[in-house]
Design a binder for this molecule. Sequence first.
Ligand code: CS2
Length: 441
Amino acid sequence: MPADRLARATRPPVRIAHLGLGNFFRAHQAWYTAAAPDAGRWGIAAFTGRSRPLATSLTEQGGLYTLIVRGPDRDDLQVVGSIAEACPGDDFASWRAVLTRRELSLVTLTVTEAAYRRARGGGLDDQDPEVRADISAFRTGSPMTTVPARLAAGLNARRLAYGGPIAVVCCDNLPGNGVATARVTMDFAAAAEPALLPWIRDNVSFVTTMVDRITPRTTPEDVAAVAAAGPVDEVPVVTEPFTEWLLEGDFPRGRPAWEEAGARVVTDVTAHEHRKLLLLNGGHSLLAYAGSAIGLTTIADAVADPRCRAWLDEWWDEAVRHVPLPAAELADYRAALLERFANPRIRHTLAQIAADGSQKIPIRVLPVLRGERAAGRPATGATRALAAWITHLRGVGAPVNDQGAQPYADRAASPREVLTLLAPDLAGDTSLVDALTRLAA
Ligand code: CS2
């Protein structure tokens, strides 16, 4: 007899709309929502980026899925029930309809750095052909594909139908992610529907958050292991035991009691955001390019390799100088990070992390490179990370999977030209250019 599939009789009422239904969201925000004591009052209508299969599988399972919390020695399986509705991202009519529901209190986002369509200065990239197409589509009421457009269209539907206030909670690895989300949304509104702009200013609270939980891709072996242990789940998620979530901002219509599940509501996330983006994500990007270039496959492989370990330490020694937290706290964080990276049962591939480098390098590496050079120090760790990305763009190591890579790949033969495009303020620094050229050779 075939094993039973995950199923349920009741679900929590939808008060959260989410864009970016994927593994990270299911390991992090959906898990916090399910673990909060008031979980029964807070259901999520979650929309994928564009794909349909995940939404279909989840719908067949009543929104339920298994979270495999993978420690160094054992798996802990938890069934998570906060997703009340799973919808494909191209179901634009449902997205707009959900946003108009009176009881909706939050819109949350996990869509990756690239999806915000930011130009180099942080505003909306109005030269992006898909952004331009969405500005026209907004005016004719046609479906839209980019995140700023979908967010603006959803908020506009709310404005016209009901008008109540709402919080938008960004859960992506961008510095000041609430402000960054506000900026692209308002830029889109200014171009597509100026009447929306004052409404957003008066009614929408953009919350800034720092999110952290390492979530590798699910493998067929993970699906088989879940089925062997209990009901069949076509779409389980694997994650590490560690998790962290800091939130800064206002929630005009309330929120789940996430702090009871371990989240922290703070007045300023900046220092912790720097700590995470530079030490964890910056370390990840360094290893993704430098580790894959020497034939390694996962983060655990990389930290077990003495060359990569030395590069990581060199990077961290520089990066900690740019995180305004006590030295002892940073030392503890580094030690804990090393243990997390070394978890041999988490198969976090360097190729997965290598994606979208053109979006990640400016956030994860450039602040340290700038800070170290301004202080008159050599910045060898940061320069090595940048050089490793340049060799990756030349075709070494993990495959290039990055829509924004082309202008950099076209210049990858000349590190000076890459630097001119990436950080024009640093391009006149001849010692840096020499070091970059040497390390990328
Ligand atoms: C990683 C992140 O893929 C990447 O770029 O650095 O997804 C990282 O695993 C998460 O931010 C951990 O919280």
